[in-house]
Design a protein around this ligand. Sequence first.
Ligand SMILES: *[C@@H]1O[C@H](CO)[C@@H](O)[C@H](O)[C@H]1NC(C)=O
Ligand SMILES: *[C@@H]1O[C@H](CO)[C@@H](O)[C@H](O)[C@H]1NC(C)=O
Ligand SMILES: *[C@@H]1O[C@H](CO)[C@@H](O)[C@H](O)[C@H]1NC(C)=O
Ligand SMILES: *[C@@H]1O[C@H](CO)[C@@H](O)[C@H](O)[C@H]1NC(C)=O
Ligand SMILES: CC(=O)N[C@H]1CO[C@H](CO)[C@@H](O)[C@@H]1O
Length: 495
Amino acid sequence: MKVSTLALPILASSLVSAAPAPIVESNKLRRILYRSNLEARAQELYNIAVRNNGTRAWGTSGHWETLDWIQGQIPTSYYNVERQYFNISVTTYDELSITVDGVAATGVNGVTASSGLLNKSVTAPIIAVPNLGCEASDYPASVAGKIALVHRGSCNFGLKVALAETAGALGVVLWNNQAAQVQPSLGAPSDYNVTYFAPTVIIPQEQGEALVAKLGTGTLPAKLSTLWHTEERLTANIIATTKGGNQNALITSGSHTDSVKAGPGINDNGSGTIAHIEIAKALTKFSVNNAVRFMWFSAEEDGLLGSEYYTTHLSEAEAAKIVLNLNFDMLASPNYVYSIYDGDGSTFESPFASTGSAHIEKTLIDFLVDDDKTSVPTAFDGRSDYAGFLDIGIPAGGIFMGAEGIKTEEEAKLFGGKAGQPYDACYHQACDDIKNLNYGAFITGAKAIADSIAKYGASIEGFPFPRPATKLKPRKSTVGPLVPKPKKGGYITEI
Ligand SMILES: *[C@@H]1O[C@H](CO)[C@@H](O)[C@H](O)[C@H]1NC(C)=O
Ligand SMILES: *[C@@H]1O[C@H](CO)[C@@H](O)[C@H](O)[C@H]1NC(C)=O
Ligand SMILES: *[C@@H]1O[C@H](CO)[C@@H](O)[C@H](O)[C@H]1NC(C)=O
Ligand SMILES: *[C@@H]1O[C@H](CO)[C@@H](O)[C@H](O)[C@H]1NC(C)=O
Ligand SMILES: CC(=O)N[C@H]1CO[C@H](CO)[C@@H](O)[C@@H]1O
């Protein structure tokens, strides 16, 4: 910017008092991250959940309070802070039931579909379909005009529904083949050469068995309802970018702000949120050569919607300014392992392996090695907010400490803890609270983030940037009714 000569003396005198902060260095940044602060922030976040019916799920008062709390912590003298509002289309069942011979089934679960599930009540006799309903020949002519009762297993749920309706069924009741409840995802009608999905529900195994025994080859009067509606609900991401540093070489780091409905979400993924706040505050003591952007995404738990909104609304010019994306989520799992995304694809074959992602992986591994700690590689499985960045060609990486998976003997040898037990037994539950955190793992995770932010904030020498221009390939939009939901919950498409 051109500075007028008149303004110079004023500028000069104001600079005298404030010596420019030194360029950030990893060890100096890490030294001012305190475990006591992480603990205090975790307690504050937990208190927000407690005040708000035990949850910080997006769309709830607990989530809006979380956003205000985060924003209140970020010094606006150092960061440009922005709230990126967006709507999410939410589908709710108003009526989900199957009544046979006057008896309503209990434990009825709905299905999801990417489109085309009929919003309707059907009154018709119910008939049991032989075999597993995976072949057109399983559906006799007598299915026409009736509700088909079909066992789970062997082929996709969507195929069963499509075959039943092709045979003339007016609706489908799936019955489970195991105790664990599921919410089947049917996919799109076009996947099965049909134009819609008939009303469909799934009932528990024992009720299905009883019903099949009662029906034999006959029928009973029934009513099946899948009535639903969709509404737009507002939420927001928080984006804080350092005012200093090269704004055309952005080091981005993301975590998510929402919990699941079932619990306060203090490890998942309050831990990432908290670490980001503390690092953002510590960073203000330094200056950066490359601008650092902290992002707190909303609605991760419903299918990474906040980060998807962010990455799909970047222009190509804006995307080209992003050097890399770090992702931090679940940093404090009680039965932790240090897992680092396999950026070079040396362990897990991945279309997302790249020189840039390999660089981030190495930076994180080196940090742990220097800290006398070991790590294991983990696949880019698309289960967290880095996915949208990889999709548009931005290298990504991060560390996480494990979710619902089971610790192996080998991992227990490397990291201690209990083999044969989940990394986080409280994953997505009410007990994911303040006592659920392993603070040793948490401080290591926070320092690992700080290390990457300090190194890349100071220099991206050796990092493949600028990237050759790539066309943005927008992710499949998940907006619209009955989105096939998360990559993580219990949603199952197949079998
Ligand atoms: C908590 O739940 C109760 C009962 O569902 C509801 O009436 C109340 O509004 C909720 N409070 C908050 C803060 O969400
Ligand atoms: C969200 O949806 C509401 C209602 O449809 C609309 O008034 C509002 O402008 C939308 N907000 C955004 C940020 O899209
Ligand atoms: C859908 O139709 C196409 C073209 O006729 C056929 O190749 C495909 O196998 C069909 N798919 C299903 C699931 O029926
Ligand atoms: C489904 O039908 C009900 C009325 O039975 C209606 O209120 C609702 O808006 C419909 N949902 C959709 C998505 O059209
Ligand atoms: C719900 C949940 O677990 N969210 C994410 C928390 O962080 C881990 C690690 O990044 C992700 O795998 C989860 O999807």
